[in-house]
Design a protein around this ligand. Structure first.
Ligand code: G6P
Length: 616
């Protein structure tokens, strides 16, 4: 998740690039950079760690002139966020420079091949590898830039949106995409070009846009109309569209709130999270942390998961997955409690830190303590290069892109996805998961993004339902087994953004207290998907209905039994039991969102909360 911008035309490029970067900052903001070729043919590159504002400070007072340039705002994947890893990258000769959004999965073997041919590398990034490959191809075969780009892209596996320019040819900009978005805005006489990861940087300049498709390469030449080809150099029609961009919604990718955007991001980002790791066609899950620390993991005495908030709910799911697939005992602790509990922890234990931001103070202190006492620390973090990532001995990033809405959504499903892959990978190495179950799980996990996309189609239905619950003061959320943490998460989402009091419980516990609260004014949300304990959930539901409670149930597609009991049902696709949280949580995210919007509340920045809690 990075943002790229490029310009070629007759205006000064730098202000257009900087404005575009600000609009794409929601895509990542751990470093930024810009490259511009001036009238004299000099290539000037400026980079800074952190936000685009830092880049502006670095570039201030230097030569930023020129009518062609490329720029980037980064969400680190390969390599920590520092200046060397920031884009634009420079080729070996210093002639080509490139920005990239995506992940080149075979960067490591390509890097080795290029090293053998005498190439050296200034950064740890996959981007620099692709750029050097383009330069190698260009020089070896004496071809022009667009040919070199096409032929290099045929050799890479992974996702990319790239923009590359050549100091020796300041009238040409070449760009391409596969898997990562790319739009070209057509300015004056179709010969002025604005290129970006989404259409937002184009606003105010042009409303004529060409969306580049996968495996297409666009060549933009000064004074000429754009030329698009596929990787085999066959010509592709240029399909320009008129679009209407509301400048106020720009950073949210067209959604009214970051939270809704992030809920809708889930199919795409979970594919990113699994890319290069879940390989059903090879019958494998490959997580480098498991490969590198195989022995410590399979022989661990026990696992302990420390985290806070939504990440703690993901940990409760992780416990069930690991115990089922790996038969290793797992404890789940609130990081804030763990750190002050004089915990019995030491060598032979693996402590997992789950954190979206990677900066939560309690979680960081908990792992520092565990580390001091000799445990191995395994980070499951979204923010690359964050404090928790750096303080961990090893880990697996969730790679779901920046999460800006305070109420966590895609990070939760990303953590759950990583925990599932982790449990399966360790279980496979340990021999505690059967081959048939392992293969079934790989295939089923691969289906999850499409299944989530199908649930998102019910957004209007859930929005309409939300209106019926706006005036309620209290909610109960009930689930069992894998759906119990989902009940907790559904309740947390609702209270965080709608300020309605909500409690999550294991459904069977209801009769030990919470049932006293049930009356006609108490909505009870049941997680009643078709999994083990389904019949028992139905009994719990009957107990609520017979006390006049109003039931909203999340059920599996085609369920007829619950329809006869509950006031409202929302259907989700069938999954194996161990994957049900990934689908059953989605309607609860949408329900909380729509209730909060209907109440007129600030969904993205709810009162009293913060996205990254760096204090105790
Ligand atoms: C804050 C956020 C929550 C988040 C929790 C843990 O309370 O508002 O959304 O779940 O911190 O954050 P982490 O970044 O460690 O996952």
């Amino acid at each position: 998740m990075c943002g790229i911008v490029a310009y070629l035309g007759s205006r000064e490029a730098y202000p257009i690039l900087i404005k575009g970067l600000h609009r794409l900052e929601y895509r990542g903001y751990d470093s930024a950079g810009v490259a511009v070729i001036n009238e004299a043919g000099d290539l000037n590159i400026y980079k800074a760690v952190g936000k685009v504002a830092n880049l502006e400070q670095v570039a201030a007072g230097h030569d930023c002139s020129g009518t062609i340039g490329i720029a980037h705002t980064r969400w680190a994947t390969h390599g920590v966020p520092n200046e060397a890893n920031a884009h634009p990258h420079l080729s070996q000769s210093g002639e080509l420079t490139m920005v990239h959004n995506g992940i080149i999965e075979n960067a490591s073997p390509l890097r080795n091949q290029l090293k053998e041919k005498g190439f050296t590398f200034r950064s740890d990034t996959d981007t620099e590898v692709l750029l050097q490959l383009i330069e190698y191809t260009q020089k070896k075969h004496g071809v022009d830039l667009v040919c070199a780009v096409r032929s290099s892209l045929k050799k890479v596996i992974g996702a990319y949106a790239i923009a590359v320019i050549d100091r020796k040819d300041p009238g040409t900009l070449v760009a391409a995409r596969k898997g990562s978005p790319l739009a070209v805005g057509l300015g004056e006489a179709n010969c002025e070009f604005f290129l970006a990861s989404d259409a937002s940087p184009l606003a105010g300049y042009t409303n004529k846009v060409v969306y580049i498709n996968d495996e297409e390469v666009v060549e933009l030449r000064r004074g000429e109309e754009p030329a698009i080809t596929n990787l085999n150099a066959d010509k592709v029609d240029v399909r320009a569209k008129e679009i209407d961009i509301d400048v106020n919604m720009l950073d949210k990718g067209g959604f009214p709130h970051f939270m809704l955007k992030e809920i809708f991001d889930q199919p795409a980002v979970l594919r990113d999270c699994m890319r290069g790791r879940l390989l059903p066609s090879h019958h494998r899950i490959i997580l480098s942390a498991v490969t590198e620390h195989r022995e410590e993991l399979i022989h661990a005495r026990r696992f302990i998961m420390v985290s806070c908030g939504t990440s703690w709910h993901a940990a409760l799911i992780g416990k069930q997955l690991i115990e089922q697939f790996c038969r290793i005992p797992v404890e789940v602790a609130y990081a804030s409690e763990f750190r002050y509990s004089d915990p019995v922890v030491g060598p032979g234990d693996v402590v997992f830190a789950l954190s979206q931001s990677g900066e939560t103070a309690d979680t960081l202190s908990a792992i520092q303590l565990a580390s001091e006492r000799g445990a191995m620390v395994f980070g499951i973090v979204n923010a690359v290069g964050s404090s928790i990532a750096r303080a961990s001995d090893t880990g697996t990033y969730i790679h779901v892109g920046p999460e800006i809405g305070v109420a966590s959504t895609k990070a939760f499903t990303g953590q759950t996805t990583v925990l599932t892959m982790l449990a399966l990978a360790i279980g496979w190495e340990k021999g505690t998961v059967s081959e048939s179950l392992y293969l079934e799980a790989l295939e089923a996990l691969e289906q999850i993004p499409d299944q989530i996309a199908r649930i998102l189609e019910k957004d209007d239905e859930i929005k309409a339902l939300a209106q019926e619950y706006v005036d309620k003061r209290h909610f109960l959320y009930l689930g069992r087994g894998m759906n119990y943490p989902v009940a907790l998460e559904g309740a947390l989402k609702l209270k965080e953004i709608s300020y309605i009091h909500a409690e999550g419980y294991p459904a069977a516990e209801m009769k030990h207290g919470p049932i006293a609260l049930v009356d006609e004014d108490m909505p009870v949300v049941f997680l009643a998907t078709h999994h083990n304990l389904y019949e028992k959930i139905i009994s719990n539901m009957q107990e609520v209905v017979s006390r006049k409670g109003k039931v909203l149930a999340i059920v599996s597609e085609g369920d007829t039994v619950v329809k006869g009991i509950a006031q409202h049902v929302i259907e989700v696709p069938h999954t194996p039991n161990y994957l049900c949280p990934l689908v059953s949580v989605i309607p609860l995210q949408l329900l909380a969102y729509h209730i909060a919007v209907a109440k007129g509340l600030n969904v993205d920045q709810p009162r009293n909360l913060a996205k990254s809690v760096t204090v105790e």
